[in-house]
Ligand binder design. Sequence first.
Ligand SMILES: C[S@@+](CC[C@H](N)C(=O)[O-])C[C@H]1O[C@@H](n2cnc3c(N)ncnc32)[C@H](O)[C@@H]1O
Length: 363
Amino acid sequence: MRLGLKLLQERATTRSFWWPYISNLPETFSIPIFFPGDDIKNLHYAPLIHQVNKRCRFLLEFEKEIKSILGNVSLRNHPFGGQDVNSSSLGWAMSAVSSRAFQLYGEILYSDKHKNIPMLLPLIDMCNHSFAPNAQIVQEQNMNSQNMSIKVVADMQIKQDTHVLLNYGSLSNDFFLLDYGFVIPSNPHDHVELKYDEALLDAASLAAGVSSSSFLSPSDWQQDILSRLNLRGDEALLKVTLGGPGLVDGRLLAALRVLLSSNKETVQRHDLDTLGSVSEEAPLGTSTEVAALRTVIALCVVALESFPTKIMQDESILKTATSYSTELAVRFRMQKKLTIIDVMRKLTRKVKKLSEMESTARN
Ligand SMILES: C[S@@+](CC[C@H](N)C(=O)[O-])C[C@H]1O[C@@H](n2cnc3c(N)ncnc32)[C@H](O)[C@@H]1O
């Protein structure tokens, strides 16, 4: 927000050096803090709605704080030239920074870790995002150096009239929408958040035709592993994800494999990383693996059903959507559902392969 305040200050400064840049910034941003209430609801995804509301509350609180600080400041000492600073101008500044600033490295903190500093880079910030970029930002020397330079370096020959594209980072659609106001179709880094809940796992495994009493009453050794996975105890972190490069949250997969295995010795032969890796082929045996993956598929069905609309309905809403914020909200929730379906497809393929292996071994 500090950079946002600086931007507001320069915007209020007569003959600011930065005026040519500031006057070319967008006047409005299509990010969810500016969506009408109905389109925030239209996101249909509680974790993002929570983040949007949190940012809106922050802006309102910040407005109050700034107004109380600036209330008695004389015009001569006013940092914004007497201009009103309210949640709307603060929201503009926050959006300008979140959608255009790049994280560059500042001084070294310890070993080779740098403190990241957001910086607005006129001209460079004209480049759009792509996961298949044709250029990258190269920073030479850190921020405190006299010789610091920031360049856009092409990774390949870029033809005339072709967009110069940078990779903004391996971000989920939550961040792309929240900070930049767009959604990437088939984003390999998109995921869906779920709450790890043993009653939900029990219901999902029943629906998947997998029977185990361990979900509601795990044995002591299973509880011990769940604690090591940070899924039990007062400080437990119950947020798990489906999708993204790992396909299934390693902690969720490890928990399912462990809860569905009755063989303590086999489980204890593996470390937590192996237990949670989806690329690890059936570390606890084929039948445990099939049961674990079927339970995840059933969890996917539960997650899909928690959305109030189906993809087909979303598609027809998109055909008639009258505002850009409605379109973005619907595209966002559609991508979440497609992410879940992609996980289901990939896991179903794995289950099929494992089941074939199991029946070959039996015959
Ligand atoms: C750093 S600016 C890039 C330049 C911007 N297109 C402009 O004309 O000023 C970031 C903004 O560009 C747009 N943008 C960047 N990459 C995009 C993409 N892949 N799809 C849709 N919009 C994108 C979004 O509005 C985002 O907030």
